[in-house]
Design a protein around this ligand. Structure first.
Ligand code: FAD
Length: 444
């Protein structure tokens, strides 16, 4: 196949076209034309700045892996037209780079038939979805598979599969893109809530059935650390904890209250720190279900009595999962507090809101306030100054409410609502009221 043919197929792959019947991929000349024409009003929507991510310190980093796209043969190609299926940033519900007719880039499928060995990654799955930390752990698992395959005398007869273990209800739809070759999904009442004894019984059964080459856990407060430590005690093996650089020989782990690095021979059980590896982003995986032969029943001594309702404002800002944050664009403070209460969100603030005396100092988010790690950060009337951005670098989803569509917070946000904060919060409160009265469907 000639170079031209590859490019031709690659263009078809990258989403400036739709799928017709019979799964034929069709190009959309209009989308291609707009993306070439910088003066076209829709040009910005078609062209996404690729490979740029905001790191945990708030700095904008270029990810060289994000440039180009994977062609149909799995070969990486530079995307000169910069037409790429949009991933982040939407204004008023319009996803940038995903104009009508564009389809998400179809990544090549990585298959593992009859694996010679397995690596088992136990997921936190907070709120039923993979966390960023879970994805880092899966990325690390694939790094180990690659290293093991490289070291093997005959790589073709030695292939490993990454098995994800998931407990409880799952809402995740992208296990394939996160690098899951096989999945063991243990659900049902017995795995809901806090039940480490039953989960360890299941992990012991997996150990007996698969004898994985490595066990990987996110070293997190969401269960990964506890399960990893309990399994290590049960198996009588010493785990590596807070490991952030791992290969088949040596693991470097954070120690001494994060102040020192400890190098040690890589053990079989790994409790991994966040950002230990890049998440998978270039391939899809099979996600084939694996059944457990049997799980021994256990007599449990811990009984989960359910969650206790807490005032979200009692949760330390650094640990809050959902933050409603106020800036200089808030003009009705009573309304803001009511919205936070109704949403069940922890309150945060920009420095201006604090300096002006509307919010206490301990609510300030940012470089000179608290660095937050919320799953959802809802910024109302906050411009997105660099000092504020530093504090929200690790938030998973950012939603902006602002009158200025060009401000930095809107650029950073995964979803933006452009309009007056008072009007939008009033509408939000109205919808919440309908929902509380039982009209959930209307509110949705
Ligand atoms: C050394 C240093 C440390 C700092 N540390 C921090 C820190 O830790 N945290 C921090 O936050 N800041 C910090 N700052 C301050 C920072 O530089 C910004 O000044 C501050 O973050 C701006 O706050 P703001 O976005 O609320 O206000 P503004 O910059 O005034 O922005 C207000 C935003 O609200 C929007 N808006 C206005 N009216 C409405 C409306 N009716 N509806 C919707 N939107 C509206 C505007 O479009 C604008 O985007 C620091 C500064 C310095 C020099």
């Amino acid at each position: 196949m000639s170079e031209l043919d590859y490019q031709e197929e690659g263009l078809q792959q990258q989403g400036s076209q739709g799928h017709g019947t019979h799964d034929l991929i069709r190009r959309d000349p209009r989308v291609e034309w707009i993306s070439r024409n910088r003066l076209h009003p829709q040009h910005a929507e078609m062209v996404t700045p690729v490979g740029e991510v905001r790191g945990p310190t708030g700095l904008l980093r270029k990810n060289p892996h994000g440039l180009g796209y994977i062609g149909p043969k799995g070969i990486k190609r530079i995307d000169r037209l910069a037409i790429k299926a949009g991933e982040s940033g939407s204004v008023l519900g319009i996803r940038r780079g995903s104009a009508k007719g564009q389809k998400e880039q179809l990544l090549p499928l990585a298959t593992v038939e009859n694996p010679d060995y397995t690596l088992v990654a136990v997921m936190d799955l907070v709120g039923g979805r993979l966390t960023g930390h879970d994805k880092d752990v899966l990325g690390q698992a694939h790094k180990l598979v690659q290293a093991l395959n490289r070291d093997a005398s005959d790589p073709h007869t030695n292939n490993g599969a990454v098995v994800a273990v998931v407990f409880g209800e799952s809402k995740e739809e992208a296990f394939d893109k996160a690098g899951v070759d096989r999945i063991i999904h243990l659900q049902g009442e017995s795995y809901e809530g806090y039940c480490p004894e039953r989960r360890i019984a299941a992990l012991s059964a997996i150990e007996a059935q698969l004898q994985p080459r490595y066990w990987l856990f996110p070293d997190s407060i969401h269960g990964g650390n506890e399960l990893g430590s309990r399994l290590a005690a049960k198996l009588g093996e010493r785990p590596a904890t807070q490991a952030w650089q791992v290969d088949t020989e040596v693991s470097i782990c954070r120690g001494g209250g994060q102040r020192t690095d400890i190098s040690r021979k890589t053990p079989r059980l790994l409790l991994l720190a966040e950002e230990c590896a890049d998440p998978i982003d270039e391939t899809r995986h099979q996600v084939l279900p694996l059944e457990l032969e049997s799980v021994p029943s256990v007599i449990t001594r811990i009984e989960d009595q359910g969650q206790v309702a807490v005032d979200p404002n009692q949760i330390p800002l650094a640990e809050a999962e959902f933050i409603l944050s106020a800036g200089n664009g808030i003009h009705d403070w009573d309304q803001f507090h009511r919205a936070a209460e109704q949403l069940g969100a922890t309150e945060g603030a920009s420095r201006v809101a604090v300096d002006d005396g509307f919010m206490p100092r301990f609510r300030q988010v940012g470089a000179t306030g608290t660095w937050v790690t919320a799953r959802v950060y809802l910024a109302v009337g906050i411009s997105g100054a660099i000092q504020h951005m530093q504090g929200i670098g690790q938030c998973e989803k950012v939603v902006a409410i602002n009158t200025d569509a060009g401000c930095d917070m809107v650029k950073r946000a995964d979803l933006s609502v452009i309009g007056d904060s008072g009007d939008i919060l009033a509408e939000l409160l109205h919808l919440l009221e309908i929902r509380h009265q039982g009209g959930a469907e209307d509110a949705a």
